[in-house]
Design a protein around this ligand. Sequence first.
Ligand code: HEC
Ligand code: HEC
Length: 84
Amino acid sequence: MKPARRAEAGRARVALFLIVGGLLAGLLVLYTLRSRPPHLPVDADHEQAFDPDRCLSCHGPGQRRPRGPKHPLNDQCFSCHDRG
Ligand code: HEC
Ligand code: HEC
């Protein structure tokens, strides 16, 4: 390959790298924003619920409103969910 052609190919590779890298970074940001834990609703059910045992009496498996199957396996509710 002539030096000029090689420089051109190098630039194309850099451009491709930047485009692919930028897309991946963007996807990561989108994913992070979309999987933000929702706040607790402001309602009677949540006003006086403070400890995880209490939360799980409604949100545990088989209860009134179980957490979804993709919910993180972690029962320290308040390390992720803020009050509304
Ligand atoms: C008496 C039952 C009950 C208790 C106790 C309870 N919840 Fe809930 N929770 C519900 C119900 C029903 C919903 C869905 C209806 C709604 O959005 O108000 C809900 C919804 C939620 C949501 C989803 C909000 C959204 O925008 O999707 C979160 C997060 C949540 N609860 C967290 C908690 C945490 C953390 C606790 C313990 C501090 C807790 N809940 C205690 C019944 C309960
Ligand atoms: C490691 C962080 C984390 C912890 C700890 C956590 N959650 Fe969540 N929770 C999330 C995220 C992220 C979502 C949104 C994604 C989803 O819907 O699965 C969510 C969604 C929810 C929802 C609404 C969606 C659904 O699946 O019904 C409820 C209700 C909920 N969490 C309850 C709880 C309760 C109760 C606890 C404690 C026993 C708890 N969470 C602990 C991160 C967490």
